[in-house]
Ligand binder design. Structure first.
Ligand code: FAD
Length: 241
């Protein structure tokens, strides 16, 4: 729970303590934004690299997103200036908004995975021959490509609608973003999985776009507002809770 990290005033500085399980690039970034509480209200602490008491762990080995460094992070009585605190905010709405934009970014990533997987599978299906013809000539392969393109195009439209609603600060934007995130991140897993099926043996070997997308796709369903919590929020909105 991010809110177990807390900051207290001490001798003109803010002293922060807490533990984070997964933090992207905290071993290399110049600054890390740490969510927590101060005076029992939500706050964000901006901590510079190398600050005393900021203890990043060794990067973890992840299933996907190979370029990212993900580590645990401990803050042990880490001190920062008061000017490096965003907040404390009166309620959770700032965090909710940040989470919504994080979800939008994850949606964008899913679109990229679908596009790269689709293009890779399409090009392979046109050029790879089996049984004397390019495999795209087999309906089972062409139908997979059709399904992939349909999912990708639908996801793209949904993503644009959610982004437009967020930009326009529509009241619907949080729930629309949850809907789009569930749809696009699940579609990314399906599309990259179908691409791998078309690429078959070649797809199973590391180093192609579909294989990378398939490994990364799950992250989108876990990170930000998880698929399960998104569905709870969508359900609550549907019944007007
Ligand atoms: C590679 C990677 C990088 C990350 N980077 C960062 C980062 O830089 N900064 C950061 O803050 N976080 C980061 N995270 C954390 C990420 O946001 C969390 O993993 C995610 O929010 C899920 O939390 P959890 O892993 O603790 O799972 P849990 O919250 O323990 O959830 C476990 C399961 O239970 C379900 N569940 C939990 N609560 C509910 C509920 N109320 N209703 C229904 N279902 C529920 C979840 O959906 C999930 O299926 C990263 C995670 C990964 C994997």
């Amino acid at each position: 729970d991010p809110m177990t990290t807390s900051g207290v005033r001490e001798n003109g500085l803010i002293k922060i303590s807490g533990v984070k399980s997964y933090v992207i690039n905290c071993t290399v970034a110049d600054f890390t934004a740490v969510a927590g509480t101060m005076e029992n209200k939500p706050a964000i602490f901006i901590v510079g690299k190398g600050a005393k008491g900021l203890i990043p762990e060794k990067p973890l080995v992840t299933m996907g997103y190979d370029g990212l460094l993900v580590s645990g992070l401990t803050l042990h009585e880490c001190r920062i200036n008061e000017g490096d605190v965003l907040g404390p905010f009166k309620d959770k709405s700032t965090f909710d908004k940040l989470k919504m934009w994080e979800n939008q970014i994850i949606i964008g990533g899913s679109l990229g995975m679908m596009k790269a997987s689709f293009e890779s599978a399409k090009s392979y299906a046109k050029t790879h021959r089996s049984g004397g013809k390019p495999i795209i000539a087999y309906q089972e392969v062409a139908f997979k490509l059709a399904e992939m393109l349909t999912l990708f195009q639908t996801s793209q439209l949904f993503a644009y609608r959610a982004a437009w609603a967020a930009e326009a600060e529509s009241r619907e934007s949080e729930v629309l973003t949850c809907c789009a995130k569930v749809f696009c991140t699940e579609a990314a897993e399906k599309v990259s999985g179908s691409a791998l099926q078309i690429l078959s043996g070649e797809g199973y070997i590391s180093g192609n776009a579909a294989e990378r997308a398939y490994r990364c796709a799950k992250y989108g369903q876990i990170a930000g507002t998880s698929t399960e919590i998104s569905r709870v929020k969508i359900g609550d909105a549907a019944i007007g809770a």
